[in-house]
Design a binder for this molecule. Sequence first.
Ligand code: C2E
Ligand code: CA
Ligand code: CA
Length: 786
Amino acid sequence: MASLGTRPSRCFAALGIAFAALTALLGTGFGDILYVVAMAQLVVSMVFVARTRRFERGFLVLVGLVGACYLVANLTSSDAPAYEAVLPALFALMGTLCIIAAIGIVLGRRRNGMADGVVGDALIVGLGGWILSWVLLVQPVLATTTAAVPAAVLFGFTQPTACVLLFMMATLIFTRLERPPALWLLTTALFCSIVGDLVYALMNVGHLGLGAERFGTAIYVAAYFLGTAAVLHPTMPSVIAARPEPVEMVPFGRLIGTTFALVIPMLALTVSASHDTTDLVVRAISASILAGAVTTRVVYSVRANARAQGALQVQARSDPLTGLPNRTVVLEHADMLLRSTSNGAVTLYFVDLDRFKGINDSLGHGAGDEALRIVASRLAAAAPVDAIVARLSGDEFVVLKPSASLDRPTTPIADVLMAVFTEPLALSAGDVFLTASIGVAALGAGVGATASDLIRRADTAMYRAKSVGRNCVAVFDESMHARAAHRLELETALHRALERNELQLYHQPILNVRTGTVTGFEALMRWRRQDGSDVSPAEFIPIAEEGGMIVGLGAWALLEATTQLRQWIDDETCPASSTMSVNVSPKQLEGDGFHAVVREALHRSRLPARNLWLEVTESSMIDDPEQALRTLDQLADLGVRVALDDFGTGYSSLSLLQRFPLQRIKIDRAFVNRVADNDHDRALVRTILAMGESLGLEVVAEGVETIEQLAVLTQLGCSHVQGYLISRPVHANAMRSTLSALADVRTITQSTDKASRQRQLPGSSTEGHEADSDRAHSAQRPRSAS
Ligand code: C2E
Ligand code: CA
Ligand code: CA
């Protein structure tokens, strides 16, 4: 059936037009035969379609009923005028009502809100039609013929029901976004049949001459054939499909329809005078019912509208997850408070959860949502009563608090909000601890500041809280703005830095103090901008980490550093056993792809994995231990060794050292700095060295600046050192001379070695060493080091 496409449908439509034209041309005699043919083909095609296509049973029953009603109406009709033939009128009316019911079902199924009020509107249209029908058809029949009242009234019902049908069809068509051809065919068929009815009715009453009959029949013929064309059309099933669809907003056409249904009957009532009491009573009652229907409909509309508006407003102003007000509410409220002319002030607490992504990633989004809901309710409970707690987005909450003046301290409330996070969150997946960083900003009311200013300031302060280590409160001050602007500028420039060739690696030698030889180098990134200014890695690396650029920069550094070492080994700047240390930020370890990046760099540089050290920090292993372990294991499989950088500054947990495949720890320069004159730090370094030894880890002391520090470290048994004392990080071209200068120093120190060993450390004889070492790198002082 469907494979035949639209061809049968088109054939029947064409046949319909041809037969209709013939009927109109040849007149009623021949036309009656065509009429019967038209009826018959409709019935046959209905049965055929019902059997071949899978329509719902209920629907088929309804269609069958329509067919049966019209059939009976036709069979019982005689040559008597319609207003006297009760049976045909009754059955025709029932047929029409069945069609109306069918359309009503289709409309109701679409359930897009458009069905709302359709019944009311249809009633209004029907009543309007009835009044017209009364004035134009029924009343004249009653006044001029001997027709019985019930029969005349029944006759008068044909047109109003037809109006309702038309109205429903229009609603069906105009509330859809997509209008399949079958729908158009069906509508045209129904429209034709209604016009046919009207022609006959007008003829019956005498408004039209009998000559019009052939046209009436022709229109019926066309209607039946078009009906067949509609049901045969492949798009027919989609017409009655129960498919909710989006809809054009205002049912404007419907409004026009109902207005006409009101105005025209009223005009008819006013223009034509009533004939007798019956007429008067019918008119009065009809008009009153119509008025009542309209009033009810209007009340209903207004109510439904208000309900919809209310629902929309709630939706637009609250966060569906937590039920808290959203950004719109905060902005509105803050603006209102800031605009007020009192001497008051408004304080905004910007609460951003720390490492919330971790919960989402490890426990799933369901747990993340749960956590957000708990935090929301705790914040709402903790905030002062006159404050608004809202969720801005993701893991950002704000507390907006009006106060009497700007001088009020903001920290007590911030502390209360911080306290919300001291208890663990009881998620279904288990208890979790979350911390938050809070930024606070206050603005005076009536000074022209806007809500966005306030939020921006609090946001800036929150960033400050994050950057000083999270889990704390920062209060906004003006300098933060400049800093934030500068940061943003750097971030933008950093995106372009690689392609503009602004980045370089410098290299700092690592010395084995036992042999006095340089065993390796640490690659350190340098950024010299096009304007000649240098940006310190301490400043741009965190920006690159936050912006995600570090992944690209890190991969570049890895390839650059391994290639460099390969070249130095090849041109004998350093021995083949020399190593290169490359810093790896936690972000780089996050995905699964890092080991591939390392493998690629080793492959392209032809550097053995043994010559590469990767320096990672403890935070890499704390944030997502499973992922870190996976990556480090993969790296170990490659043969690459891993050093734990900045040891002593973070968690410095022993379990970390045991659990992860590490081969080296680097003592942070903060301890090395004080190792010569602070007993506590010296004890700490001694402990780290002992720990390293027992775990079989090599220990490198970084940031060695003085001969005293070197002496103490050597005495404590530290094997490797790195620092300005040996050499600053230098440009690749300067490495050869740096290394030979270092070799000279070694020769000098070796000759004085005996003498120095006889002294207590720190000893004065080491001055020559420092001077020499200074000379060693003064010629290659790097641009960035001050
Ligand atoms: P880090 O890994 O701890 O690197 C050692 C830092 O100490 C370097 O700072 C180095 O120049 C400096 N330094 C070395 N000897 C001395 C000394 O005797 N005294 C003092 N005061 N400082 C010394 P730099 O180059 O500014 O790098 C800072 C940080 O930036 C590095 O700390 C590292 O965390 C990061 N970084 C540098 N390059 C890269 C890179 O390519 N990738 C990543 N992810 N981070 C990098
Ligand atoms: Ca490092
Ligand atoms: Ca370090």
